[in-house]
Ligand binder design. Structure first.
Ligand code: FAD
Length: 239
C-alpha cells in the first residue's frame, strides 16, 4: 500500500469525546480523493504499529488539506485514544484515499442516512454537490437524516442548517434518540424517518447509508422488505 506522511494542522472538539482533525500532507504533492472515500491512518504506539480507517469529511482543497471526524469507542484501539488527545504538529502515515462508497451517476433524488461519525462521507458529498457556486445536483432533492444520541453529537450541525437555508432542494433532518429534554426537533432513530423522507419518490431515489452495523443492517432490511431497488442502496459499514 502506498503511504504518505501527513501532519495534524488543527484540532476541534465538537463534543467531549469526538475530534475534528484537519491534516495536510507533509510533502508538497497533491492529495486527491472523491467524496465518500476513506483513508487508513497508521502510527507506532508503544512499539506496535496500529491503524484504522476513517472517512474523509471535507471537500477537495488546493493545498491537499483534508478533515477527519473521529470518535473512539469504549475499550477501543490505542490509536483511537491517541487521536482523541492529539495536538497540532504530529505526523502519521496515511494510505492513498480508497473505497467504493461514492456518489453514483447519473445523480438522482438522494436520501443520506447517517448515525454518529457516519456523517463524515456525507459532509464531503454535500460539499461537493451543494456548497460550491455551481449546483452539481441539478436541482434534485437531497435529504440528510442524521441521528445521534445527544444534540452535541450532531457533528457539523450548524453547517447543515446553514446549507438548508441556502439551498431549497436540501432538507436537513437531525434526530435525537436519547432523552434530551431541551430538544424540540425530530426524535427516535433514523429508521423511523426514512419512509417520510422517501415520500412518493421511492422509484427515483438513491439511498446512501453510513454508520454502525445495527443501524445500517436495519435500514437496508426495511428498504428491501418494502421492495426498494437494491441497486439504489449504497452503504459503508464502520464496524
Ligand atoms: C471504511 C471505514 C470508515 C470509517 N470512518 C470512520 C470515521 O470517519 N470516523 C470514526 O470515528 N470512525 C470511522 N470508522 C471506524 C474506525 O475505523 C474505528 O473503528 C472507530 O473510530 C473506533 O476506533 P477505536 O480505535 O476507538 O476502536 P476499534 O478498536 O477500531 O473498535 C472497537 C470495536 O468497536 C467497533 N466500532 C467501530 N466503530 C464503531 C461505531 N461507530 N459504533 C459502534 N461500534 C463501533 C469495532 O468494530 C470494534 O468491534 C470507519 C471504519 C471503516 C471500516
Amino acid at each position: 500500500m502506498t503511504t504518505r506522511r501527513i501532519r495534524v494542522k488543527e484540532v476541534a472538539a465538537p463534543s467531549a469525546d469526538a475530534r475534528i482533525l484537519a491534516f495536510e500532507p507533509a510533502d508538497a504533492e497533491p492529495f486527491e480523493f472523491e467524496p465518500g472515500q476513506h483513508v487508513c491512518l497508521s502510527t507506532t504506539l508503544n512499539g506496535e504499529k496500529v491503524n484504522r480507517y476513517y472517512s474523509i469529511a471535507s471537500g477537495p482543497h488546493p493545498a491537499g488539506r483534508f478533515e477527519l471526524c473521529i470518535k473512539p469507542v469504549a475499550d477501543g484501539s490505542p490509536l483511537g485514544e491517541h487521536l482523541a488527545r492529539i495536538a497540532p504538529g504530529e505526523e502519521f502515515e496515511c494510505s492513498a484515499p480508497g473505497g467504493t462508497f461514492r456518489l453514483t451517476e447519473p445523480l438522482r433524488d438522494t436520501v443520506f442516512v447517517a448515525a454518529g461519525t457516519g456523517i463524515t462521507p456525507f459532509r464531503a458529498m454535500l460539499r461537493h454537490l451543494l456548497a460550491g457556486p455551481e449546483d452539481r445536483h441539478q436541482g434534485r432533492g437531497i435529504t440528510l437524516i442524521f441521528g445521534a444520541r445527544r444534540p452535541d453529537e450532531l457533528y457539523f450541525r450548524s453547517e447543515f442548517e446553514q446549507l438548508e437555508t441556502q439551498r431549497p432542494q436540501f432538507r436537513f433532518w437531525p434526530t435525537i434518540s436519547g432523552p434530551h429534554a431541551d430538544w424540540t426537533g425530530r426524535r427516535g432513530r433514523v429508521q423511523s424517518h426514512l419512509d417520510k423522507a422517501l415520500g412518493n419518490r421511492r422509484d427515483s431515489t438513491d439511498v446512501y447509508i453510513c454508520g454502525p452495523r445495527s443501524m445500517l443492517d436495519d435500514v437496508r432490511a426495511r428498504l428491501t422488505a418494502s421492495g426498494f431497488d437494491e441497486q439504489a442502496i449504497h452503504y459503508e459499514k464502520y464496524e
